[in-house]
Ligand binder design. Sequence first.
Ligand code: C5P
Length: 236
Amino acid sequence: MKTSPIIALDFPSAQEAYTFLQPFDGGLNVKVGMQLYYQEGPAIVAKLKEQGYDVFLDLKLHDIPNTVKSAMEVLAGHGADLVNVHAAGGKTMMEAALEGLDKGTPAGQLRPSIIAVTQLTSTDEQQMQREQLVETSLENSVLHYAQLTQSAQLDGVVCSVHEASAITDRCGKAFFKVTPGIRLAESGTQDQKRIATPAEARHAGSTHIVVGRAVTAAKDPLAAYEMICAQWEGLK
Ligand code: C5P
């Protein structure tokens, strides 16, 4: 995946996603999530790849190891550049995911990178402690999941910007820190709790940022995207 911002195509149909993409130059990093994938199926990934986009297929698999392994074997054939699971599924599940991906990657093609969601960026510490009965801090929980993910040989994690630098200290610079919950200073938080700006993400050592509504719901999406790129690249 290129290091440019990953735009979350959280749209109900391919038609709406393509209408949104029209003003942009090709070659963007895009994310296909559950809504678009469940509506359009594997064809949406193939079509975006054909058109030169790098694709993060964000389906957050979380099931017993054998089921995740078989699902990843299928997903490996879709041509996405990056896929993911929930670290809460456990080390054996993550290893199975990787095994499935390796097995399903067509000969001569690169295996998609695979990362694990630590704690969702819509979760805050109080909620985690109350609802998951996790007694440690949110940062500790995320760090624990990051190390578990690394021990399963995955390529990195999804985390918030607030944990990115601590993860780099423990897991190294090359370990992916893909950070959603990105907002420009003036945009609202919506359902996200652990948010940050693109500049904060760069300073914290995120390797990739995921941007949804700050671009897709902007009055001028192209201008919002350019502003985010400038902040992410340290030009503003
Ligand atoms: O609109 P917004 O920028 O909040 O969208 C964030 C995107 O990143 C959504 O598609 C959401 O599903 C995804 N995501 C997230 N938190 C994670 C993993 C993925 O917000 N931990």
